[in-house]
Design a binder for this molecule. Structure first.
Ligand SMILES: *[C@@H]1O[C@H](CO)[C@@H](O)[C@H](O)[C@H]1NC(C)=O
Length: 108
């Protein structure tokens, strides 16, 4: 009987010592928009989530004397862990990946 009581008290102590982080619990992030088209000469897709993250991209297959291969344009936005809004637009083609950070992206 003594052993059972000690075990119950120990279990209670462990449960009480667990972090009480229910107040910090955030609602799960949901997809609020999602689209894509895939074709022989290209593709595009976009999505947006309820935490303000979004991403979109279009790729076009080129077969010209100037370029043979994919030419891609896109952008993405998200909030960094420090609260900063990050917004990047990029081109990826025969000249490689060329990102441009949009410094004065409006806060949402
Ligand atoms: C690209 O263009 C060349 C020249 O017109 C052609 O021979 C080749 O088959 C094309 N390649 C593709 C994957 O369409």
């Amino acid at each position: 009987m003594m052993k059972i009581t000690l075990f119950a008290l120990a279990a209670l102590a462990v449960v009480c010592a667990l972090p009480q982080d229910t107040a910090q619990a955030q609602p799960p992030v949901q997809i609020v928009k999602q689209d894509s088209v895939v074709d022989v000469d290209g593709y595009n897709f976009e999505f947006e989530t309820s935490d303000g993250t979004s991403r979109q991209e279009q790729g076009e297959y080129k077969n010209t004397t100037d370029q043979q291969g994919l030419s891609v344009k896109g952008s993405y936005k998200y909030t960094a862990p420090d609260g900063q809004q990050i917004s990047v637009t990029f081109v990826a083609d025969k000249n490689g990946y060329q990102p441009t950070e949009n410094k004065d992206a409006p806060a949402q």
